[in-house]
Write a protein that binds this ligand. Structure first.
Ligand SMILES: [Zn+2]
Length: 132
């Protein structure tokens, strides 16, 4: 199952979580249905600081409908660090979102597990084209 899109309300929620967590990072797992990201799972035990967020191995659930991850970069840099790419592979999923300060509608990017850019459509957005 290819992850093709994200629901607009889920995107809005993630932007809000990024704002609320600032200046700390947040880390969440993204769940999907039929290739559309439709839910967010904030992991209990997620450890955050202004420079890093990670999931303790002992609390990481196994998700069959895992789409990928979302986390924030309080410094606003919208690309994955070397450590991020390692975590993408470790946590799993194919689509990984990074939300940066100032946590506006445009201050986020999607990436493949290898850190390359990922094209993700926003479902429910005016720009969304059902046939696209
Ligand atoms: Zn990061």
């Amino acid at each position: 199952m290819n992850i093709k899109g994200i629901q607009k309300n889920v995107l809005s929620l993630l932007i809000q979580i990024g704002k609320d967590s600032y200046p700390h990072e947040f880390l969440a797992q993204l769940l999907h249905k039929d290739g559309i990201i439709n839910d967010v799972l904030i992991i209990p035990g997620t450890i955050t600081s202004p420079v890093m967020a990670y999931i303790r191995d002992d609390v990481r659930p196994i998700m069959v409908n895992l789409a990928g991850t979302a986390h924030s970069h309080p410094n606003g840099i919208l690309r994955p660090s070397f450590t991020d790419v390692l975590h993408f592979a470790k946590i799993g999923g194919q689509c990984h979102l990074i939300f940066g300060s100032p946590f506006s509608r445009d201050s986020w990017r999607a990436f493949h597990a290898d850190g390359s850019p990922y094209t993700l459509y926003i479902v429910g957005d005016d720009d969304w084209d059902e046939n696209g």
